[in-house]
Design a protein around this ligand. Sequence first.
Ligand code: NAG
Length: 149
Amino acid sequence: MLVQALGLGGLLVALYALYVETSMKADEFYEPACVTRWGSCATVFKSDYAHLLSHWGLVSKNGQWDLSLATLGAMNYAVYIAYPLWRAPTLLLTLSLASCGFSIYLLYVLKVVLQDFCVVCTTFHVINFSMFAFGALPEYRRRKIFKAD
Ligand SMILES: *[C@@H]1O[C@H](CO)[C@@H](O)[C@H](O)[C@H]1NC(C)=O
């Protein structure tokens, strides 16, 4: 099913992002493959915005709960993959809307604040919007029409 497939795609990209993040932390000269001629994913990963929770002052910087976007993404996509286990279309819709909200905010940060192009981030955006349009919304409608829950 599409929700799971998109979740799996997202998880793989998030794991890649996590790998890049870790490698950059370990070696300051590390050049990730997602640094292209059009823009660099490294700029984003190194920026404050890669740790939104501390950026917003919700948790302390570099603390245990200062999870990176890649980590949060991986967790979230894992929840999508497990959808058949919890099957709640309204929750799915809410979660997916939140992902889109994040994407819109991060798109703004990327274009306006950092003025960068980042392949990995673009993939996340495409997955997040597709999850809503082709995954969560149709699932929600199907379930509501047939009153399956
Ligand atoms: C996409 O969705 C994931 C999971 O909900 C979220 O962590 C992420 O911030 C969203 N946006 C982007 C650009 O990664």
